[in-house]
Design a protein around this ligand. Structure first.
Ligand SMILES: Nc1nc2c(ncn2[C@@H]2O[C@H](COP(=O)(O)OP(=O)(O)OP(=O)(O)O)[C@@H](O)[C@H]2O)c(=O)[nH]1
Length: 992
């Protein structure tokens, strides 16, 4: 049985995942996160002894009998505070059904579940009613529901088997209840996504309580009742019956137990099969767990023939009605027994007890579980004509964005075979196409593998573990005595020309004894200064690349370098757009800010105004009762630099615990790297922990080497670098990338191997399709799975008024307790690389209001998997966010850009008005295409049409990239040089 995940059990118990996590901890069960799986015995234990909170709730639920549990927001899995919200999804049936209640659904209760799970008691009778375990011998075809056309299987284009599949339709109530999943679209919607995340009940999923026992059916995909099953809407009974018919005989073509639909829920699991096999067995012994009836009955290639009188089970439950071929033991019957009547007597000849326990069990024999695993692995019949070994629950880890090929490598099979298997599961993918977590889950449960998609961080951890490096354990093992204070690392940010560079220079020059230090400081990417603070000499490290761009780009790559940000604001200019952007970036990274009010020497400078302006952004000066230190400086005159450094140290001491263990191998981040003609690859690294020494074997990103020499910012050779010390390192084999983490490996070989593994992984990742970050589409699911708790948004608009209005409106959305809506940045103008980087670093969605990301920015966003949603009407944005939070996004159309052309010249024509002489920059421009005009990233107008298109004197229908053309936009005449004409078409986005 597929293991339950924490959030699923939490939902079932009506508690929050974190409560359940805490409860599990109390019970001595170690579970890492809400999406971790829980072993069945533990599930049982917890069901018997639920968290205190759940007891009340489940009692309340029991009081109401099987009444629907209200208020659970679709997919949230957390108890809603009040009555059901419109559109709230019904609680997930099955796994989420509360622990046994007197009126818990019986095997055939599939049909009741929709009614039970939705607030509408009048839910229509479910087509899966025939799935009752007591269904007659041939329920499958005869009883096949025909009410509605078959719905395509999750996700993708209908596979060839689909027509064969039982046409099942979820009841309308359910469709409604699953929120966005409820939005029906012909062809291609995954019907069960929402269900998986806590959506409505699934018909034919009776296996919930009395469902198939894991292991009852070796051919059942994965034994798992996992997601594969959940994804596929099949009437449970059909397969059960079919299987029954199949029992005892060799697998019939088209009756392939591995075919997708075999993964469907069967009512009562084995019982469904038995019914199919021959109806009630007069006098036949009741099946019991030891008998494993179904498996035994299906001969497989390579099965050993039944030994008469051997270990056959007495009176196999196959019953007299065993299908043809089930005769006395069935020629290929695995264990002989259950193949009809003959099984009984033969069984007696053996030593097996009534429950299949070998009376004369030989010591050292394999356990039943081991045998089963072996059996599953070896005897698996072909799926779609290919043989793929079963995993027997083996855990396989794949990196995010991995493809079938990657998985195939790990389990040592031909990727093409996996393509076929997936195809038979109703999903189509090429061998190299990257798959999402859900698809892997389906495939895994079908093949009996527990496929875990690991994040880059986890992967990194694992990579290190493979080399016996455990950074977490290392840090945990450190006691307070091991830690020593380290200097803060500071980044200077602010608006253009407010004096960042000048300030960094002034600070550098202010260094105590700078003169003795050896002259001119070189730019190596970072430098350290010492200053007198409270009578002691203290060091501060400055990142020498000012601006939040570098800061966020590093953060986007997972490197946390900066402890404190100095926000430079020119007193003669005031708070400007990039000042706000910078402070947003710092705040999003939870980095404390010290404000340097610069250029106080300039006449008319007004430092008080800066303080006042910044209060709007939650930076309230200490003198006004806030917590932010403001220091008035003049970078030009070197005025108050000492005070600024003091403020940095005071803020660091007050807000941060800056300590590190210097007595271990060094770990840190590469800040800058370049290829030097004479010295080869040079990288400036910032040591964050431990001590870096000349001669250490070092690996940073995918470059490695032995530290040949280290230089500080004065060009002086140093032998050791302690925490927070930036040094230039010579000796790496290739140029590292800024933001790559580095570490000292035990030896050269390890360093090289880590680098090689990373390089291979990078290559793979580059091949993989864009990383999917958070999107409104899957937000609800991500929330339910505990993957996100905050919806981070970045707002960009054409004018500040609309951005403010949008922000206000968004903040008024009632998002409930489960999720926090944070607007981490807002601004006016086109969507920039910085915005995208911030979205990458903070898993944010960007909303563009009358502005767009263009050219390489759009490409970058796509590559990084950042969702940008464009709006021109505020309420649409609000509605989308609201609906996304409720998991009810409507089907939508996505704009697909077909071409863009830059206006190079404007011709005035008495006949056509203004005609644009344009150069096609990308794609093709087609006559009749929809078009918009943007001027420096800001949308001037939309909904135009390419009314006329000419190449020289000829009217043409399309002009390709690189060619010049004349474009007539109908009555629209407000054209300017350098305007961008973008053509697009609207395509429906397939819901994932
Ligand atoms: N009067 C005066 N001028 C200053 C001061 N600080 C910087 N400037 C001048 O302001 C201009 C911009 O300074 P930079 O340090 O280049 O500014 P920046 O923020 O690094 O600019 P970008 O690198 O373009 O983002 C230069 O001409 C500086 O000389 C100051 O304290 N007083």
């Amino acid at each position: 049985m597929a293991k339950l995940r924490v959030y699923e059990l939490a939902k079932e118990l009506g508690v929050e995942s974190k409560q359940l996590l805490a409860h599990l901890k109390e019970q001595g069960e170690f579970v890492r996160s809400a999406s971790s799986t829980i072993e069945p015995p533990v599930v049982r234990k917890i069901r018997e002894n639920p968290p205190a909170d759940a007891k009340g709730k489940s009692r309340a639920a029991n009081d109401k009998g099987s009444a629907p549990r209200p208020a659970a927001r679709s997919g949230q899995g957390k108890p809603g505070p009040a009555a059901p919200k419109p559109g709230a999804a019904a609680p997930k049936p099955g796994a989420t059904t509360p622990a046994p209640a007197p009126d818990a659904p019986k095997p055939g209760a599939a049909a009741q579940q929709p009614a039970q799970a939705t607030p509408e008691p009048s839910a229509p009778a479910e087509p899966s009613i025939p799935a009752e375990p007591s269904a007659p011998a041939e329920p499958s075809r005869a009883a096949e529901p025909t009410a509605e056309p078959a719905r395509p299987t999750p996700g993708v284009k209908p596979g060839p088997r689909q027509p064969e599949r039982p046409a099942t339709e979820r009841p309308a109530t359910e469709r409604r209840s699953t929120g966005r999943q409820g939005t029906e679209r012909p062809g291609g919607e995954r019907p069960s996504d929402g269900g998986r995340s806590g959506g409505g009940p699934r018909p034919g999923r009776p296996g919930v309580k009395p469902g198939p026992r894991p292991g009852n059916n070796p051919f059942a995909p994965s034994q798992g009742m996992g997601q594969a099953r959940e994804r596929r809407p099949a009437p449970g009974g059909e397969r059960g019956g079919e299987r029954g018919g199949e029992r005892g005989g060799p697998p019939r073509p088209g009756n392939n137990p591995f075919a997708p639909s075999q993964g469907m829920p069967r009512p009562g699991g084995s019982r469904g099969g038995q019914a199919g096999a021959g109806g009630p067995r007069p006098g036949g012994p009741r099946p019991n767990p030891g008998m494993m009836p179904e498996r035994a009955a299906v001969p497989r290639p390579g099965d050993r023939p039944a030994r008469p009188g051997g270990r056959g089970r007495p009176g196999g439950p196959g019953g007299p009605g065993g299908a043809p071929g089930g005769g006395p033991g069935g020629p290929g019957g695995f264990r002989g027994g259950p193949g009809g009547r003959g099984g009984g007597p033969r069984g007696r000849g053996g030593t097996a007890g009534a429950f299949g326990r070998g009376g004369g069990k030989v010591r050292g024999r394999k356990s039943k579980r081991a045998k089963r695993a072996e059996f599953e692995a070896m005897q698996a019949p072909a799926i779609g004509g290919v043989n793929v070994p079963r995993g027997g629950g083996k855990v396989i880890q794949v990196r995010r964005g991995a493809s079938l090929s990657d998985f195939a490598d790990k389990i040592n099979v031909d990727p093409a075979a996996l393509v076929t298997v997936l195809f038979h599961l109703g999903e189509m993918a090429t061998a190299t196409q990257s798959l999402d977590e859900d698809t892997f889950a389906v495939l895994g449960s079908e093949l009996g593998y527990d496929i875990r998609v690991v994040s880059p961080e986890e992967e990194e951890r694992e990579l290190f573990t493979a080399f016996n490096i455990d950074l977490e354990a290392e840090t945990e093992a450190e006691s307070d005595e091991d830690l020593e204070p380290r200097p803060p690392v500071v980044t200077v940010m602010g608006h253009v020309d407010h004096g960042k560079t000048r300030l960094l220079d002034a600070i550098r020059e202010s260094e105590v004894g700078a003169d003795e230090a050896g002259g001119i400081t070189q730019h190596i990417g970072a430098y350290q200064v010492r200053t007198k603070h409270d009578g002691a000499e203290r060091a501060i490290t400055f990142i020498d690349t000012p601006g939040h761009e570098a800061f966020t780009a590093m953060r986007a790559r997972g490197a946390k370098v900066t402890d404190i940000a100095i926000l430079v604001v020119a007193a003669d200019d005031g708070v400007m757009p990039q000042t706000i952007e910078a402070l947003n970036h710092a705040q999003a990274a939870d980095v404390p800010i010290v404000v340097a009010v610069n250029k106080i020497d300039v006449e008319g400078a007004n430092p008080a105004k800066i303080r006042q302006q910044l209060t709007e952004y939650n930076l309230i000066a200490e003198e006004y009762g806030g917590e932010t230190m403001f220091v008035d400086v003049s970078a030009k005159q070197g005025q108050n630099i000492e005070e600024l450094l003091d403020a940095v140290l005071l803020t660091a001491d007050a807000a941060l615990d800056l300590r590190a263990n210097p007595d271990k191998d060094a770990r840190g981040v590469a800040i800058e790297a370049n290829l030097d003609k004479g010295r080869g690859a040079v990288a400036t690294v910032l040591v964050q922990q431990g001590t870096l020494r000349v001669g250490d074997a070092i690996v940073t990103g995918s470059s490695h080497g032995r530290v040949r020499a280290m230089l500080d910012e004065h060009g002086t050779n140093v032998d050791v670098a302690t925490p927070s010390r930036p040094v230039q390192v010579l000796g790496l084999d290739t140029v590292a990338r800024a933001g790559d983490t580095f570490l000292v490996a035990p030896d050269d070989r390890t360093a090289r191997q880590i680098a090689e593994r990373r390089e291979a992984a990078d290559r793979q990742a580059a091949l993989a399709k864009s990383r999917k970050r958070i999107s409104l589409e899957d937000l609800n699911q991500a929330l339910a799975q505990g993957k996100v708790e905050t919806l981070n948004l970045i707002l960009k608009g054409d004018v500040s008024g609309s951005v403010e209005a949008l922000e206000d409106a968004l903040l008024q959305i009632d998002v409930g307790d489960e999720v926090e809506l944070r607007i981490i940045d807002r601004g006016v103008g086109a969507i920039t690389m910085n915005n995208i980087n911030l979205a990458v670093a903070s898993d944010a969605i960007i909303l563009g209001f009358n502005v767009r990301a263009e050219g390489q920015n759009a490409d970058y966003a796509e590559k990084e998997g950042v969702e940008i949603r464009y709006y021109s009407v505020i309420y649409q944005a609000i509605e989308d966010i609201e609906n996304a939070l409720k998991g009810m996004l409507k089907p939508e159309y996505e704009e697909h850009q077909t071409g863009s052309a830059e206006i190079r010249e404007i011709f005035r024509s008495s006949k056509f008005g203004n005609v644009a002489g344009a150069l096609v920059r990308s794609g093709t421009i087609n006559r009749g295409a929809k078009a918009r005009i943007t001027r420096q990233g800001v949308v001037i107008t939309e909904g135009l049409e390419i009314a006329g298109l000419r190449r020289f004197k000829d009217d043409v229908t399309e002009v390709r990239e690189g060619f010049e053309c004349g474009i007539n936009l109908g009555s629209f005449n407000d054209l300017q040089m350098d305007d961008l004409i973008t053509t697009y078409e609207m395509r429906e986005i397939p819901r994932s």
